[in-house]
Design a protein. Structure first.
Length: 218
């Protein structure tokens, strides 16, 4: 799939693209474009935001700037899903991640400070998504959260045996994964559950299923 991130801070995405799962799928299952609103703004001096009508603190990303960025990237044929990252959006859940990961093309719109001119959300985006009920200083971290969650769902994203099956079954259970432990088996009285040391794979599998189920009903 191709994901286009529209941002004022393309360099902020550098570290994410160097890590798994992004790094594993870049150039194969995932094509990522980082597009700076400043490169296509119709305003002088690279201006992209402006004072809010009616007054108030902070700057607002302009609708004409975002429209010009989308026009430059796509012309009139825009991706079926154009997602604006905003605390007012629908809260991100795994179900939406799975849905977006199936799109051939996805556009993510992020903004800084006070956010979008409302007409961007109303007329240019198809979806408004929040990563949680709190306010961050911009949409870059939310866009990275969404990108990471999507990249994990693409073929080849996860190291062999490191979670593809677990994540998949966890998704089917509608819940979180079972608890994991590694060495040392005993540490300050915090012991690893005996079942995991038993070598009895059927018992271990049963225990893991029970644990996953218990976590999913919370
Ligand atoms: N921009 C600022 N806060 C946000 C949030 N919680 N989710 C998505 N975008 C945001």
């Amino acid at each position: 799939m191709r994901v286009d991130v529209f941002t004022q801070l393309p360099h902020a995405f550098g570290w994410l693209t160097e890590q798994r799962p992004l790094a594993s799928v870049l150039g194969t299952e995932l094509e990522l474009r980082l597009l700076n609103y400043r490169d296509t703004t119709p305003l002088r001096g690279g201006q992209v935001d402006d004072d809010p009508y009616g007054g108030g603190a902070g700057m607002v990303l302009r609708v004409d700037v975002v429209d010009a960025a989308l026009e430059a990237a796509y012309g009139d044929v825009r991706p079926a899903r154009v997602v604006a990252l905003t605390p007012q959006g629908r809260q991100l859940e795994q179900e939406l991640v799975e849905e977006l990961a199936l799109e051939p093309e996805l556009a993510l719109l992020s903004s800084r400070f006070e956010g979008f001119d409302e007409r961007i959300v109303e007329h240019l985006a198809t979806d408004a998504v929040s990563i949680g009920p709190y306010v961050l200083s911009g949409g870059e971290l939310p866009a990275m959260v969404l990108l990471d969650a999507i990249a994990r769902r693409l073929p080849g994203a996860l190291a062999e045996g490191s979670g593809e099956l677990e994540s998949f079954s966890a998704h089917l259970d509608g819940g979180l994964e079972y608890p994991h432990y590694t060495r040392p088996a005993a540490y300050r009285g915090w012991d690893v559950p005996d079942v995991l040391l038993s070598g009895d794979h059927a018992r271990i599998e049963r225990w893991r299923r029970e644990q996953s189920r218990a976590r999913s009903v919370a």
